[in-house]
Ligand binder design. Structure first.
Ligand SMILES: Cc1cc2nc3c(=O)[nH]c(=O)nc-3n(C[C@H](O)[C@H](O)[C@H](O)COP(=O)(O)OP(=O)(O)OC[C@H]3O[C@@H](n4cnc5c(N)ncnc54)[C@H](O)[C@@H]3O)c2cc1C
Length: 520
């Protein structure tokens, strides 16, 4: 066993949606907590809001090389910063539907039931919505579950073009609703608002810290406490256990070229679905030959990241919308009404601009030959389509002898994703856009290299009641260890068809409260 540099009550590995929220939940207890973050603080600079460095140069995509199932290298869209992927996320903070917690049949197989149901999660969703200052309107979307408390802030208002689309959808018999957004915005008293409703929310870092990301909301507010220590540029390499293999005794860190080993009574790995699996797999030992907590051979398996599509519809009239992510539609979320399968969620995306579209120029100029790129962007209306991908054991993260991540992934539910796209095209005809003027928006979330667009990665350490088929118990503690928890999107047994971050945040609060009880 390695010599321990310092011992804490709790070590949290990673400071994103899961780890940051967990730290925020545990901090008031006074317990000594060490946060280990592989990245640094994301610098606040004008580039934060500039589409060229963000989308063309990929300035905030962290350097890392992963390999696909054929061993081909690719650069994943990962963001190693304090706040993790939430530094770049769109802050669309959705709850799963109640049915997502049960078993649902899909074109490519079942989406399994969770060991807990929506009612179990509801109080934690409410806590997460209030912590992350979500704007929305519970009650508008007919597919949503019950809620115990309205959102803390009213829905972000639609700009005129989006309002027209919403009205046209409602007139056509659809059920549009206000998308839940995590922004520090006070529309009733704008001068007091941190958020200026700019176009650079989705996929950009927020220069003025007005996006409800994990750094701004969860980590920074606890950093001045004496019981919290944050080490940045501290990459956790592996975990060591006692001889019995039941207790994590050492967290091995590479920091500034030095090897350091920290100890804690409780260790929570929250490094994101691929990297959490990587840490466990790299921690193989005599007691855990296939990787830590991996007696079930489930660590790394069931990797999911949604079958998603970003599209741009080009309308005849100008679209002057600045903050476009205010509208969503769940009319096709479930099977029924002539649909054999659940298709998923449609929401609006951050507004395209000419610079970000540069890579799409050849296709764009074919669709609108007489328009300049600026004109194309001015006419663009942007949509994000999310279809659930179902967990498959063969879709998995493994680690090679050098510690590099390999992702073997075969897409699922293409049939459903195609169905959702067809529904979108019908929708467009209802709202004054044409189904014939639609193109893929590949620059968003690295969608031109599908496997690299791992923004919604989940599922590699699923929770469950059966140690033979799951890695974690219902409290997200590893079945095989007494003090190891995994508290990020890894725990998802299925991913539903809405963005995952709110569920990771709600779960981190849930697990955090359970840990407070345990430590008390
Ligand atoms: C462009 C983009 C847009 C998105 N938009 C949305 C959206 O609108 N709504 C939504 O719900 N979701 C969105 N997402 C997804 C959302 O951000 C993630 O689902 C969420 O952040 C996952 O939380 P996590 O805790 O699992 O991982 P992360 O938030 O990524 O946190 C993992 C942390 O662990 C750190 N880490 C990794 N390895 C190590 C290691 N070995 N040692 C120490 N630290 C380590 C990382 O640096 C990171 O800080 C988006 C993501 C992206 C990239």
């Amino acid at each position: 066993m390695s010599e321990i540099t310092e011992h804490f009550d709790v070590i949290i590995v990673g400071t994103g949606a899961g780890g940051g929220t967990l730290a925020h939940t545990l901090a008031p207890s006074g317990k000594r907590i060490l946060l280990l973050e592989r990245g640094d603080f994301l610098p606040r600079q004008t580039d934060n809001w500039d589409p060229r460095p963000v989308f063309v140069d990929g300035k905030y995509i962290s350097a890392d090389t992963w390999y696909d199932g054929d061993g081909e290298p690719f650069q994943p869209q990962v963001h190693y910063f304090v706040g993790g992927a939430t530094k770049l996320y769109g802050a669309a903070l959705y709850r799963l539907r109640p049915e997502d917690f049960g078993e649902l049949q899909h074109a490519d197989g079942p989406s399994p039931a969770w060991p807990l149901d929506y009612d179990d999660f509801e109080p934690w969703y409410t806590r997460a919505e209030w912590l992350y200052q979500v704007h929305g309107a519970h009650g508008e979307d007919p597919t949503e579950g019950h809620w115990s408390k309205q959102y803390p802030w009213p829905a972000v208002s639609h700009e005129p073009r989006v309002q027209e689309i919403s009205d046209a959808l409602a007139a056509g018999g659809y059920h549009p609703y206000h998308a839940p957004c995590g922004v520090l915005l006070d529309e009733a008293d704008r001068p007091r608002s941190t958020c200026i409703r700019c176009a650079t929310c989705d996929g950009y870092p927020c220069l003025v810290h007005a996006k409800s990301d994990a750094e701004t909301i969860a980590v920074r507010p606890v950093l001045d406490r004496d019981n919290i220590t944050l080490l940045v540029n501290a990459e956790v390499e592996r975990l060591e256990t006692d001889p019995a293999g039941r207790t994590v005794t050492g967290v091995v860190v590479s920091r500034n070229g030095q090897r350091e080993v920290y100890g804690a009574d409780i260790v929570a790995v929250c490094a994101g679905a691929a990297n959490s699996a990587r840490i466990l797999l790299r921690s193989a030992s005599g007691r855990h030959p296939a990787g830590l907590a991996n007696g079930s051979d489930q660590v790394g398996r069931n990797y999911m990241f949604h079958n998603s599509k970003a599209v741009v519809a080009l309308g005849k009239e100008d679209n002057h919308t600045v903050f476009q992510k205010t509208l969503a539609l769940n009319d096709f979320y479930f099977a029924g009404n002539g649909r054999d399968w659940p298709l998923g969620n449609i929401q609006m995306l951050g507004k395209s601009n000419a610079m970000a579209m540069k890579g799409e120029e050849p296709k764009l100029t074919k669709l609108a030959p007489r328009w300049s790129l600026d004109e194309v962007a001015r006419h663009a209306v942007d949509f994000w389509l999310t279809t659930e991908d179902v967990p498959k054991p063969g879709n998995r993260v493994t680690v090679d002898s050098g510690g590099a991540i390999h992702v073997a992934y075969t897409p699922t539910n293409d049939k459903e994703a195609d169905g959702l796209y067809r529904e979108l095209r019908k929708v467009l005809n209802h709202v004054g856009l044409s189904e014939h003027h639609v193109l893929d928006k590949n620059f968003y979330m690295s969608m031109n290299v599908p496997i690299a667009g791992c923004a919604h990665q989940a599922g590699t350490c699923r929770f469950g009641t059966d140690p033979a088929t799951s890695v974690l118990d219902v409290n997200c503690k590893a079945h095989e260890l007494d003090n190891l928890y995994v508290v990020d999107t890894s725990f998802f047994p299925s991913i539903g068809a809405v963005n995952p971050a709110l569920t990771a945040m709600a779960n981190a609060i849930r697990v955090g409260e359970q840990l407070l009880d345990r430590m008390a």
